[in-house]
Design a binder for this molecule. Structure first.
Ligand SMILES: NC(=O)c1ccc[n+]([C@@H]2O[C@H](COP(=O)([O-])OP(=O)(O)OC[C@H]3O[C@@H](n4cnc5c(N)ncnc54)[C@H](O)[C@@H]3O)[C@@H](O)[C@H]2O)c1
Ligand SMILES: C[N+](C)(C)CC=O
Length: 490
C-alpha cells in the first residue's frame, strides 16, 4: 500500500501492478513517503479518462469564466496551505524553506494569472476580402495534454502546465518526476476539493521509461509538454511523431553571465553567486558560465571565492541554511564526474571540488560550491550542463568577444549582462541567442512573461499569454452570408 496514490478518472488509486516506490529525503536519505509506482497500463487508463472527459465536450463547453473560477480556487487553496506545501517541497527536494515558500507564492500567482486569462480568449474578427461574408478566428482547446515534469522545481514546473491547460479547456494527464511527487499529489487533492469534473485532471506516478514513454507515444494524447533534460526531450520528440502531437520542450541550459568592468562590483559579485549557487545550481537557468572582462578578473574572483566559501549548507528546515543538498547521491556522482573532467581538461580549481566535511552533512547529498578559472570555450565543463554548484570562468576584452563566448553553446535558455552602460547592455541583450536576457539582474521569472529556450533549450513557451495560447488550436471560420451556386461546372 502506498500513502501517495494516483488520481485517475476522479478516484485515488494504487498502481494496477501493486508496485510502490520509496520517496527519499535528500538531506538524510530517510523514507518520507511511499508512492504508487504506475506503469503503462495506468498511464493508458488515465489517458482514456482524459480522452472521454474531453470528447464528451462538457469541460471544453463549460463557460470560460467558470473554468477560470475553478482554476482560481487552486490559487486560493495553495495560499491557504502554503506552509504545509512548502514543507512537502523541502522534504522532497532538500531546498530551503525560504525557497519553497517563495515557490508556493509563485505557483499560486501562476494559477491566478491563468484563471484570469480563461475568459479573455475572445478570438478575432478578420476583415474578409470577399463580399457578403464573415471571417473570424477562434481559439479552441487542443484536447488531451500529457505533462511531464522534473525534480528540481516539482510543483512550479507542473503549475506552468496545469494552470493554462485547464483554463483553456483541455483535459490533462500529469506525470511528475518519480523522485519528487509529493506536492503534485497535494495539488491534485486541491483540485478534487475545488470540484473539477471527473477525468479532467489525472495524475500518474511512475518512471519516465514507462509512464512518460506511454504519454509520449499514445495516439490519444494530442499535446505533450515536457520539462527536463535534453536527452529525454529528444526521445519524447521522436515518440510524439507517431501521431504528430503538438510538443513543447523546456530543456536544459548552460547560461552565460557577462560582467563588464564598469558594473557595480558588489552587486555583480553577489548576483554571480546567486546565479550559480542558488538551489545548489540545480536550476535550468543557473548562471554557470561567468564571462568576465579581463581587467577585473583577479579582483572579482578573489571576492567571489571569499564570499562563496561562506555559503552555509544544511537542512532546508533550518532557517540559517543558505543551500540544501543535491537531489540524490546519484546526481552528486554526476557532478563529481564533471569536476574531475574539468580538472583533466586543465581548468584551475580555485574553490570546492569536494564534499563538505561537517559530520551533520554526511548523510545528505551535499557538494561544496565549486569554482574553476582559466576555462576555455571548448572544454566539456564549459559546454555541458552540470546542474550542480559548479561555476566556470572565462575572460573577454571586447563586447564582441563577450557575445561570441556567451553564444558559443548548443543551449539558448537564459543569460545576463551586468554593466552601468545601458547602451552596451541593450546591444548585448539584442545579440544573445536566448529566450530570456536579464540586464543587471539574474533569475527573475514571473507568470506574466513568457519562458522558454532558443536552440537546443527547446521550443514552445510557458507563462504569459503565449503560454496560454500553446494550449489552444487556432480555427478560422468563414461564413458566406449570401450563398449562391458557383456554376463552375455548369
Ligand atoms: N527549461 C526549463 O524551464 C527547465 C526547468 C526545470 C528543469 N529543466 C531541466 O530539467 C533537467 C533536470 O530534470 P530531470 O533530471 O528530472 O530531467 P529528466 O529528463 O531526467 O526527467 C524529467 C521527466 O521526464 C521523465 N522521463 C524520463 N525518461 C523519459 C522518457 N523516455 N519518456 C518520457 N518521459 C521521461 C522523468 O521521469 C521526469 O518526470 C535539467 O536538464 C534542467 O535544465 C528545464
Ligand atoms: C524555470 N525555473 C527557473 C523556475 C526553473 C528551472 O530549473
Amino acid at each position: 500500500m502506498s500513502d501517495k496514490r494516483m488520481f485517475i478518472n476522479g478516484a485515488w488509486v494504487e498502481a494496477t501492478s501493486g508496485k510502490t516506490r520509496r520517496i527519499l529525503n535528500p538531506f538524510n536519505q530517510e523514507t518520507i513517503a511511499t508512492a504508487a509506482e504506475g506503469d503503462r497500463e495506468d498511464s493508458r487508463a488515465a489517458i482514456q479518462a482524459a480522452r472521454e472527459a474531453f470528447d464528451n465536450g462538457e469541460w471544453a463547453g463549460t463557460p470560460a469564466a467558470i473554468r477560470g473560477s475553478l482554476v482560481q480556487k487552486i490559487a486560493d487553496f495553495i495560499r491557504r496551505d502554503n506552509e504545509e506545501m512548502a514543507e512537502l517541497e523541502t522534504l522532497d527536494t532538500g531546498k530551503t524553506m525560504v525557497e519553497s515558500r517563495a515557490d508556493m507564492d509563485d505557483i499560486a500567482g501562476v494559477f491566478q494569472y491563468f484563471a484570469g486569462l480563461a475568459d479573455k480568449n475572445g478570438g478575432e474578427v478578420i476583415a474578409s476580402p470577399l463580399p457578403d461574408s464573415e471571417s473570424r478566428v477562434v481559439r479552441e482547446p487542443v484536447g488531451v495534454c500529457g505533462q511531464i515534469t522534473p525534480w528540481n522545481y516539482p510543483l512550479l514546473q507542473a503549475a506552468w502546465k496545469i494552470a493554462p491547460a485547464l483554463a483553456a479547456g483541455n483535459t490533462i494527464v500529469v506525470k511528475p518526476s518519480e523522485i519528487t511527487p509529493l506536492t503534485t499529489v497535494k495539488v491534485f487533492e486541491l483540485m478534487e476539493e475545488a470540484g473539477f469534473p471527473k477525468g479532467v485532471a489525472n495524475l500518474v506516478l511512475g518512471s519516465g521509461a514507462a509512464v512518460g514513454a506511454e504519454l509520449s507515444e499514445n495516439v490519444d494524447v494530442d499535446l505533450i509538454s515536457f520539462t527536463g533534460g535534453i536527452d529525454t526531450g529528444k526521445k519524447i520528440m521522436q515518440a510524439a511523431s507517431v501521431n504528430v502531437k503538438k510538443i513543447a520542450l523546456e530543456l536544459g541550459g548552460k547560461n552565460p553571465n557577462i560582467i563588464f568592468a564598469d558594473a557595480d562590483f558588489d552587486t555583480a559579485v553577489d548576483q554571480a553567486m546567486n546565479a550559480v549557487f542558488f538551489h545548489g545550481g540545480q536550476v535550468c537557468s543557473a548562471g554557470s558560465r561567468l564571462i568576465i572582462e579581463e581587467s577585473m578578473h583577479d579582483e572579482f574572483v578573489e571576492e567571489l571565492v571569499k564570499r562563496s566559501k561562506n555559503i552555509k549548507l544544511g537542512n532546508g528546515f533550518d532557517e540559517s541554511t543558505q543551500s540544501g543538498p543535491l537531489i540524490s547521491n546519484e546526481h552528486r556522482a554526476k557532478v563529481e564526474k564533471y569536476v574531475e573532467i574539468g580538472q583533466e581538461e586543465g581548468a584551475k580549481l580555485v574553490l570546492g571540488g569536494s564534499r563538505p566535511q561537517e559530520k551533520e552533512l554526511q548523510n545528505g547529498s551535499f557538494y561544496l560550491p565549486t569554482i574553476f578559472t582559466e576555462c576555455k570555450a571548448d572544454m566539456r565543463i564549459v559546454q555541458e550542463e552540470v546542474f550542480g554548484p559548479v561555476l566556470t570562468i572565462e575572460t573577454f576584452q571586447t563586447e564582441e568577444e563577450a557575445v561570441t563566448l556567451a553564444n558559443d553553446t548548443i543551449y539558448g535558455l537564459a543569460g545576463a549582462v551586468f554593466t552601468n552602460d545601458i547602451a552596451k547592455a541593450e546591444s548585448v541583450a539584442a545579440q544573445l541567442r536566448m529566450g530570456t536576457v536579464w540586464i543587471n539582474d539574474f533569475h527573475p521569472y514571473f507568470a506574466q512573461a513568457p519562458w522558454g529556450g532558443y536552440k537546443q533549450s527547446g521550443f514552445g513557451r510557458e507563462l504569459g499569454h503565449i503560454g496560454f495560447e500553446e494550449y489552444t488550436e487556432v480555427k478560422h471560420i468563414f461564413r458566406n452570408k449570401k450563398p449562391a451556386a458557383l456554376n463552375w461546372f455548369a
